[in-house]
Structure formats: C-alpha cells, structure tokens
Design a protein around this ligand. Structure first.
Ligand SMILES: Nc1ncnc2c1ncn2[C@@H]1O[C@H](COP(=O)(O)OP(=O)(O)OP(=O)(O)O)[C@@H](O)[C@H]1O
Length: 357
C-alpha cells in the first residue's frame, strides 16, 4: 500500500514526490510515503534548528525538479540549495542557480517602498518616496522624481539618501527576473544569501508577485511552486504581501507555496491555517508549539506535542486534504545537502576518539 499526502491511500503515484517512509513506534521503517505534486498546495515545514527542515525542503525540491508541468523556484537565504545542481544519485535534478537576483522596482507599491526603506509615509521623506513610487517605474526615475518635487531640502536629501541605499543593494533592475525566466524547464534556485533582510524581501516579493500574476494572466503554463527557507524572515518584511496572496488566493491559478521555518510562532496565523500540509520535525519552544496547537485540526485527537519525533529527519505529517496524520522518516537526499553544521573537529582533521581509556 502506498499513501499519497494530498490524495489518500492506494492512490496512483504518478505526479507525486517520494518523501520517505512510514516510521513505526519502535523506529522501524514501513511503506513508502509520497506527496501529491499535481494540484496546488500550501506546505509548511517546521522544526527546531538542526532537525532537518532544509534537508526536507531539499527532498521536496528534488522531487519537484524531476516532475513535469511544474516550475519550482527556491528562495535560498542561506545559500545552501546550489548543491541541488550537483550530480545526483539516480535520476538527475535539473537546476538553474541565479546568484545575483534582481526584480523590477515597480513590483513594490508605494507603502511597501516606505516600509522597505524604514520610512513612515507620514514623514516628509516618506511622503516623497511614496509619491515617487506612485509616479515612476524604475529606481532611477524615482530618484529623478524626488529631486523634481518642490519640498524642504532636508526631506529631499533624506529621500534621496534612502533611494541611494536601495540602489546599492543592486536588486532592482527593469530587466530583472520575470515569470517566463522562472517558469523555464529547470527548477530555479534564487540565491539571496549575500543580501540583507530588506533586499532579500524585495526579491522574494518580486518573484512571488511575478509568478502569481503570470498565472492569473495565463502567460505561463507550468504550475509554479515557490519554496522558501527561513520563511519567518519573509513574513516579517515586504515579501509578506505576496506570500499572503499565494496562501489565500493561489489555489485557483495553481500557485503553490512550500515554506520552512524554525519559528512557526513568527509566521502569520493565516500562513499556518491556510497550509494544507504540515510537516513537523522536532519542536520544543513553547511559543512555537502553541502557534501550531492553535491551528490544530479537530481530527487530531492527541496533542501535536505528544506525537513529535525526537531525531533529525523524523517528522509528523498532518494532511488536511485527507484529514490524516502520519509518522515518517524523510528519505535521504539524492544531491548533497548544503546546510549541515560545520564541525571544528572535521576542520582540524581530528578523528573521532573514544573517551574510554
Ligand atoms: N532525512 C534525513 N535523513 C538523514 N539525515 C538527516 C535528515 N534530515 C536531516 N538530517 C541530518 O540533520 C542535519 C541537519 O539538517 P538541516 O540542515 O536540514 O537542519 P535545519 O532544521 O534546516 O537546521 P537550520 O535551522 O540550522 O537550517 C543534516 O545535516 C543531516 O545530517
């Protein structure tokens, strides 16, 4: 028997991803567990640091990259997913890595421009940036617009300085990433690891909006899967608006979101309640457990806390489509995992030694 998360038992395994195997109470492994990659989903992956979130996200990315009809895009804040492009065990994983991503300045609305630059829209400089964003499409044109508006010199200078800061991030370009680039045949890893939280958010917002809009306007055929590691960083910034849109309105145009975080308490309640698949690794922080318990479905008749696994790679999966709960061991990566913790002992070339004398 095989179970497909999002479809049910004895379902066909075409257009699915192999996640791992069932885990029995004694730790032994059971039948294979799959996840549906056919329809749109919102998939939340949680767990405390070091218990396998990025590893699991990588497994889902490998499966998506090998699937037809989908356009997986991984926003990679830690720079650990470029290893997906390395030779794989078994079937190859087609991946394109974008290491200097840029998006069009026009993806941000005036309010987001103010929030991105840390300016209150009510302040003199914030008001100028707001007006410039309303009237201009590029960062360059926004700066020119600010200079042209009749305003106190201190406000003009402050607004210009903030726009120069945004320019220094080098993430705004009218020719930046668009949905057609992202929905090409390969899966795309967008490496935002060299960027601060604000430009990282701008890039993620641009990508999310481009993919959603392209499906609404029917300019791409493939179904986009936006995948985000360290998702709390993006729910806390200007990217949140695009993620919220996908979570609440992505189903009809077929846009999926897979997002991983060690701090479920730091993503929005909507993000948790709109997720139809929750993959939970070990969690111990009270606030994080509470955030998940608050959204715990009624068909779960014992607390999540009691079911949580103890070892890296072990998960509990809550599948809202079939209203079922599964204990599983995520499969091993076919490509190298880029996110493991460095070891001083390994760096020093020291062998593991026994402590018994
Ligand atoms: N499914 C798995 N099978 C085997 N080992 C695993 C599995 N998942 C995780 N591990 C082990 O756990 C380590 C930590 O995993 P990972 O880097 O994904 O943690 P994380 O939860 O994303 O941590 P962080 O929050 O620091 O990014 C991996 O380097 C790997 O050794």
């Amino acid at each position: 028997m095989s179970f497909v998360i999002g479809r049910g038992s004895d379902a066909e395994t075409t257009q699915t991803g192999h996640l791992g195997r069932y885990r029995a109470l004694d730790g032994s492994e059971g039948a294979k567990l799959f996840v549906d990659l056919d329809g749109p989903h919102a998939m939340l992956i949680v767990g405390k640091r070091g218990y396998g979130k990025s590893f699991t996200l990588g497994v889902v990315a490998e499966e998506l990259a090998r699937s037809p009809g989908v356009a997986p895009v991984i926003v990679d804040p830690m720079g650990v997913f470029a290893t997906l492009a390395e030779p794989a065990d078994g079937e190859s994983v087609p991946i394109e890595v974008v290491d200097r991503p840029a998006v069009a300045a026009s993806v941000l609305d005036p309010r987001s421009w103010c929030s991105l630059l840390g300016l209150s829209p009510e302040s003199g400089a914030g008001g100028l940036v707001w007006q410039a964003a309303q009237e201009a499409d590029t960062l360059e044109a926004m700066s020119r617009r600010v200079e042209a508006i009749d305003a106190p010199t201190t406000d003009t200078r402050a607004a210009t300085n903030h726009l120069s800061l945004a320019e220094s991030w080098e993430v705004f370009d009218p020719e930046g990433l668009d949905a057609a680039d992202l929905a090409s045949t390969a899966a795309t890893v967008v490496d935002v690891s060299g960027l601060d939280a604000a430009p990282m958010n701008a890039v993620c917002r641009g990508i999310g909006e481009a993919l959603y809009r392209a499906r609404i306007d029917e300019t791409i055929d493939r179904l986009p899967w936006l995948m985000i590691d360290e998702a709390h960083t993006f729910f806390d910034g200007v990217a949140e608006a695009a993620l919220h849109t996908i979570l609440t309105r992505g189903r009809a145009p077929g846009v999926s979101l897979v997002f991983a975080t060690q701090r479920p308490s730091a993503v929005t309640d909507t993000a948790i309640s709109q997720s139809d698949v929750l993959i939970s690794h070990r969690l111990t922080a009270e606030a994080d457990l509470e955030a998940l318990e608050a959204a715990q479905p009624t068909y779960m008749n014992e607390s999540l806390d009691e079911r949580l696994p103890t070892e890296p790679g072990q998960v509990v999966v809550i599948d809202d489509a079939t209203e079922t709960i599964h204990a599983a061991q995520i499969r091993f990566r076919d490509t190298p995992h880029g996110g493991g913790s460095p070891s001083a002992r390994e760096i020093a070339g020291l062998e593991e030694t026994s402590t018994d004398d």
